[in-house]
Ligand binder design. Structure first.
Ligand code: ARG
Ligand code: ZN
Length: 468
């Protein structure tokens, strides 16, 4: 047995290199069971960075049973790993292979731990997990999210951490990855997901397999799946492929409003590219309009998913499409490094609604800001510090996170002027494209672009209490 001085244990091992120099090799470690997010300590994992997920699943709407094989390809981020975790909630694991070698695992809460000491992974490695079971929907507050069975199929939609309820994953937006999803469902149903449609599958034994692929890295919670009776259409505008899926069960008025709003997506994308000062980040776009009442929509990458609730009026339909498409820049392409910075997603998407409304001849951004600043200082609205809102669903997605977040940007624009504000949005979405970002990075860039100290401004707007 190798015995080490306490000082060295777990840190560095010096190995003689072939050219006679000492090559520094790190001891294999066990990856942490969380990525290090204060709000969700168990979410994500330490020690590796996923490059891609290849998911091959079957879903039976009659039993809600999911059977899957997940192939996770990852790179270590530090020392070689002698053990590591994936996030997985419920479901039965039949086998796990690391680089082809079958390994034993332990389930500990929402962690699937590859028991330490069986393999050492260094550089790139793969984990293949065969699993099955009925996924547990996520109950956050009054609503249901995650894997949600519907009358004829299923929806996968939720935030912040629902991916682990349907496949083994590093379930945190800091770790985005490419995804290929093959889904086998009854032949009369449609399966819609993110990105491009690779194959629609021929019916075999009453089933067919739909294959969807997203090459642009995606945060795990942004991976969606909708199985059911959908009308799937495709068109290309300015080099972007729009694939829309509208549930055939929607009633006339809602279906009309949905179609009208989805028809305007290329205009919305144009408008947002102008507002953000950077092109639409992906090559695919479109929307999934469900016949289910979830109470929320989600910015699932390239293909937001919309509950039927938003399509009662034409204007609500249009605004939710603007909101979710704005998230493609802020939320999806630029991702959160930590959930406490959620205003970077929701404030920007809500600001986009305000800007669209003004451009359409409705209320101006200045008037919408004034409606907020008119609220009295003791209004409950001002009590939450949106820069640290708290991890509960009703804290993360509070009215203040959305509306005060948008007001922060509108007030910033009034403070630094339109030109500096435009430059700021453009540099934010261009320089940080494809990265995980923080509030501190945004406020530093704002100060740099404005050429002035904005620490008091942001402390006021992102902290508790009405800004002075
Ligand atoms: N990010 C979504 C949006 O702004 C909201 C998600 C709310 N999530 C929830 N579980 N209620 O459109
Ligand atoms: Zn949003």
């Amino acid at each position: 047995m190798l015995r080490l001085p306490a000082l060295l244990a777990g840190t560095l091992l010096l190995v003689a290199g072939c050219a006679g120099q000492a090559a520094v090799r790190e001891f294999p470690v066990v990856g942490a069971p969380g990525i290090g997010d204060d709000y969700f300590p168990g979410d994500g994992n330490g020690g590796y960075d996923v490059q891609r997920y290849d998911l091959d699943i079957g879903y039976d709407p009659a039993t809600d049973e999911l059977t899957g094989t997940a192939l996770v390809t990852a790179d270590i981020t530090g020392a070689p790993l002698r053990g590591f975790s994936l996030d997985l909630v419920g479901l039965d694991v039949a086998s796990v292979r690391v680089d082809g070698t079958e390994v034993t695992t332990t389930r500990d809460g929402d962690e699937l731990l590859v028991d330490p000491g069986q393999v050492v992974v260094d550089g790139r490695f793969t984990v293949q997990v065969e699993y099955s079971g009925v996924p547990e929907p996520v109950r956050d507050g009054p609503g249901v999210s995650g894997v949600v069975p519907t009358d004829d199929g299923v929806l996968v939609v939720g935030q912040p951490d629902v991916a682990a309820t349907w496949f083994p994953v590093n379930d945190h937006p800091r770790d985005a990855a490419a995804v290929q999803l093959s889904v086998t469902v009854p032949e009369d149903l449609v399966a819609v997901s993110n990105g491009t449609l690779v194959a629609e599958g021929e019916p075999v034994d009453g089933e067919r397999t739909w294959v969807w692929r997203s090459d642009e890295p995606m945060a795990p919670y942004l991976i969606t799946l909708a199985v059911g009776d959908y009308d799937l259409t495709e068109r290309e505008v300015d080099g972007i492929t729009y694939r829309d899926a509208v549930a055939t069960g929607l009633t006339d008025r809602r279906a009309d409003n949905a179609r009208a709003a989805l028809d305007r997506q290329p205009e919305v994308v144009d408008f947002l590219a102008g507002m953000f000062g950077s092109p639409y980040p992906f090559t695919e776009c479109g929307g999934i309009v469900t016949d289910s009442s979830l109470g929320f929509a989600l910015e699932t990458q390239t293909r937001p998913i919309y509950a039927r609730d938003f399509f009662g009026t034409a204007s609500a339909a249009e605004l939710v499409v603007v909101h979710e498409l704005a998230h493609q820049w802020t939320g999806d392409d630029l991702r959160l490094d930590r959930w406490s910075d959620i205003w970077l997603n929701e404030g920007f998407a809500t600001y986009a609604e305000w800007a669209w409304t003004e451009a359409e001849g409705g209320e101006t951004v200045a008037d919408q800001l004034a409606a907020v600043t008119d609220l009295s200082a003791d209004d409950e609205f001002w009590q939450q510090a949106i820069g640290d809102p708290g991890p509960a669903t009703d804290e993360l997605f509070s009215t203040a996170v959305y509306v005060r977040g948008a007001a922060t940007l509108a007030a910033l624009r009034e403070g630094i002027g339109d030109d500096a504000f435009d430059e700021l949005l453009s540099r934010w979405t261009t320089d940080r494209a494809g990265q995980a970002v923080t509030t501190a990075e945004f406020t530093e860039l704002a100060a740099e672009v404005a050429g002035t100290d904005l620490s008091g401004f942001f402390a006021d707007w992102l902290g508790a209490g009405k800004p002075t």
